[in-house]
Design a protein around this ligand. Structure first.
Ligand code: DC
Length: 232
């Protein structure tokens, strides 16, 4: 790739483990981890704070352009279980974008063509000058179509719901497996059926089903592959 940067593009459905896996790969390879979902979440938070309904595409895009969404690896003081620190105009919103309201909102605003165009532009800018592990829903075919490594990370829906359920219970949230499972299927459906860049598997993607693999096994597989691609 130009400038000697290496791009790893990872797509996959809700709760497939993309975040955890990407963060660990980024640490191992000293690449920047970019959680693009966090940018859609931050956009939903921006809309909420400005009292703009999630359906109002033009107003949301206009408002989002007035703000700066930033991201960096958590510093020592910030290590509280987050995978990345997300800044909105310098304010730490890493946890404020993880609420149920923002999750649902992000999947609605992510269907807006013009918002996607703006965020994709920002994401491409980030990946131009540094090696990245970028994960989301349109990275392999829209954001980084020339990435050296394209991965579609997935797992069965019950396994994904089971993992998400455990994660929320550990955080002390009182939710049932059924609630999580229903919400996950709803968000998957929206991601795969939206008109603009629906989530799909590109022909040159490496599909990894993580249902029966540990996080370490997935990370090892991918890091090994990067070394093979780099050496070829
Ligand atoms: O991965 P996540 O749950 O944090 O993503 C939040 C929402 O943003 C999710 O509903 C899908 C959407 N999204 C997207 O449409 N494109 C991306 N590249 C990343 C996320």
């Amino acid at each position: 790739m130009t400038n000697g940067v290496f791009q790893i593009a990872i797509d996959g459905p809700v709760a497939a483990g993309k975040g955890t896996v990407s963060r660990l790969i980024a640490q191992r390879l000293q690449f920047l981890y970019v959680d693009t979902g966090a940018m859609y979440r931050a956009s939903a938070l921006i809309a909420l704070r400005a009292n703009i309904p999630f359906a109002e595409e033009a107003k949301i895009v206009e408002e989002v352009k007035k703000h700066t969404i930033g991201m960096h690896a958590p510093t020592v003081e910030e290590q509280d279980g987050r995978l990345t620190t997300v800044l909105l105009d310098g304010e730490d919103v890493s946890w404020k974008i993880r609420t149920e309201q923002v999750s649902q909102g992000s999947s609605i605003v992510a269907a807006h063509k013009n918002l996607r165009a703006e965020l994709v532009r920002q994401q491409q800018e980030i990946a131009k000058t540094q090696s990245v592990v970028m994960e989301g829903r349109d990275i392999t075919f829209r954001v980084l179509p020339d990435a050296q490594l394209k991965i579609f990370l997935t797992a069965t829906d019950t396994e994904r719901a089971r993992r998400r359920h455990i994660e929320l219970l550990e955080k002390g949230q009182d939710v049932t497996f059924e609630q999580i499972h229903t919400d996950l299927l709803e968000r998957d459906k929206r991601d795969m059926e939206r008109d603009v860049d629906p989530l799909h598997i590109v022909p040159d993607a490496w599909v990894i089903d993580t249902s029966t693999l540990s996080i370490e096994q997935v990370v090892d597989l991918i890091v090994e592959k990067v070394h093979t691609v780099e050496g070829s």
